[in-house]
Design a protein around this ligand. Structure first.
Ligand code: PEP
Length: 245
């Protein structure tokens, strides 16, 4: 049933990017005529969203990297899902392993953020993934499936995107093998509680680059990629997207 799902390539710039890096959008300007079959999303830091929203090509979607659990109010420094939607964002990453580690975000927090995103009309990209220790102890699938059931609010498959990001593969240059990624994606799809699991988009993230993207993205349950480091370089990001031609 993979045919129902359009591939999605999403760039996560993390805490990188200054005003001068808006140039990135011009570097990608003609890309979409080559790859009309893939959706492309960029999640720059919040400080670049306003200017990028004004200059982005229509085919390039924008997303936040995090949102608050609550809609508004006394939460200094936080950005609400509604604020992101108001800027023209369509997606927001929630539960990235860096936020789980740096800010102690639990599955309950991730679920509340995903719920806030859906309420604001955004699609949350909900990240799950095991540590190296958990993988080596044979717990990878149990951990990831439990993050899915605890971190995803009740919703339809089309209202969210899941990103399988093994923690040991993020920013390390190590990736899951295409076979291991496929197996985990199939397990996540099987664990989806609704009858609409064939519509659920599940991205792989963790050191995806132009050299390994094709093998990963051609797996039947891998519906795209969440790209960190390689999304900062327009030629590398474009080259990953071009594998979907
Ligand atoms: C990420 O941060 O979501 C990620 C996958 O990073 P990288 O591609 O650098 O491993």
């Amino acid at each position: 049933m993979a045919m129902m799902r359009r591939k999605l390539v999403a760039g996560n710039w993390k805490m990188n990017g200054l005003q001068k890096d808006r140039q990135f959008l011009s570097d990608l300007a003609t890309l979409h005529s080559e790859t009309p079959n893939a959706d492309v999303l960029l999640c720059p830091p919040a400080t670049l969203l306003t200017s990028m929203a004004a200059t982005r090509p229509g085919w390039l979607m924008l997303g936040g990297q995090d949102c608050a659990m609550t809609q508004s109010g006394a939460h200094t420094g936080d950005i609400s899902a509604e604020m992101l939607a108001d800027l023209g964002c369509s997606h927001v990453i929630v539960g990235h392993s860096e936020r789980r580690a740096d800010h102690g975000e639990t599955d309950a927090v991730v679920r509340a953020k995903a719920q806030a995103a859906i309420q604001a009309g955004l699609i949350p990209i909900i990240c799950v993934g095991e540590t190296l220790e958990q993988r080596e102890s044979g717990l990878a699938e149990a951990v990831v499936v439990s993050q899915l059931s605890a971190g995803v609010p009740e919703c339809e498959a089309g209202q969210v995107v899941i990103a399988y990001e093994p923690v040991w593969a993020i920013g390390t240059g190590r990736t899951a093998s295409p076979e291991d990624a496929q197996a985990m994606h199939a397990a996540l799809r099987a664990a989806w509680s609704g009858a609409d699991s064939a519509a659920l988009r599940i991205l792989y993230g963790g050191s995806m680059n132009p050299g390994n993207a094709d093998a990963l993205l051609s797996q039947s349950d891998v519906d795209g990629g969440l790209i960190g480091g390689a999304s900062l370089k327009p030629d590398q990001f474009a080259s990953i997207i071009r594998t979907l031609r």
